[in-house]
Write a protein that binds this ligand. Structure first.
Ligand SMILES: Nc1ncnc2c1ncn2[C@@H]1O[C@H](COP(=O)(O)OP(=O)(O)O)[C@@H](O)[C@H]1O
Ligand SMILES: [Mg+2]
Length: 246
């Protein structure tokens, strides 16, 4: 579904992404791991169009998307959450998701359908699928941090993504919120067939949830493989899992 090959991105000569390779199979849950500053967020920003790669290929659904505008990439079926929650704090939970559903329907649906009811139903369906239905009328800014991040996933789902990219979805969450969030992510993959790409600090989560793990260091891909392959990889053990500057 997604194939990143030899991607580079520098900021004022500093190579934030320095030959990154990544393969995401359709329907899979794929994790990117690496120490702070390894280039994970920048790689996601290249995939979603926040930055244009200096070099390299980013092919999604058979088409090169490197350097396209974020809205164009979103329209093709890639949605994301940010490392820091990105919601409309003064709108209700319902309205936050409805905005996304509305813009998606404008793009892809005939407008003469009973759009309003359809979109309200769709918005409620999404809120129910992430467990926020009971908080639909709450003002988003008053939610707990964990719920705000879940809301952000709900907003991304409003775009009907084929590929959902989550940047540290459990950062700042309690252990209970973390478990619930990862169960949600697995549920989205297994029951809705959404392909998931995420990065995450907690290795227990990564190794229990991801089917494929890509390891980055200093902007470069060290290896990508199954959890077992990655665990056994000598370079990974030295560079990352074995401590040191990890
Ligand atoms: N917009 C930017 N301008 C300058 N440097 C940046 C920018 N974004 C990221 N960097 C640098 O690129 C490196 C990789 O950052 P990032 O992709 O955020 O890493 P990670 O998400 O793995 O922690 C870091 O050294 C960071 O300071
Ligand atoms: Mg990051």
């Amino acid at each position: 579904m997604l194939n990143v090959q030899g991607a580079y991105k520098s900021f004022d000569g500093f190579m934030a992404v320095n030959r990154a390779d990544l393969v995401v199979e359709r329907g899979a849950i794929v994790a990117v791991i690496g120490p702070n500053g390894a280039g994970k967020t920048t790689l996601f920003n290249l995939i979603t169009g926040q930055f244009k790669p200096d070099r390299g290929q980013i092919v999604f659904d058979g088409q090169e998307i490197g350097g396209l505008a974020p809205y164009d990439i979103c329209r093709r079926g890639i949605a994301r959450s940010f490392q820091i929650a990105n919601i409309f704090a003064r709108l209700t939970v319902f309205e936050n998701v409805q905005v996304a559903v509305l813009s998606q329907h404008r793009k892809s649906r005939a407008l003469f359908r009973p759009a309003r009811d359809l979109m309200a139903a769709e918005t409620h369906r999404i809120l129910a699928s992430v467990g926020l239905e009971a908080k639909a009328q709450r003002v988003a800014g008053t939610l707990s941090h964990g719920d705000q991040r879940i809301l952000e996933i709900a907003i991304a789902l409003g775009n009907e993504p084929k590929l959902l990219i989550l940047d540290e979805p459990t950062a700042g969450m309690s252990p209970e919120e973390t478990a619930a969030t990862m169960a949600l992510v697995q549920n989205l993959a297994h029951t809705r067939g959404i392909t998931i790409l995420f990065c995450e600090h907690d290795m227990d989560i990564v190794f229990s949830v991801a089917q494929s793990i890509m390891v980055m260091r200093h902007g470069a891909t060290i290896v990508q493989g199954s959890p077992d392959e990655v665990r056994r990889n000598k370079e990974v053990q030295q560079a990352y899992l074995g401590g040191g500057d990890a």
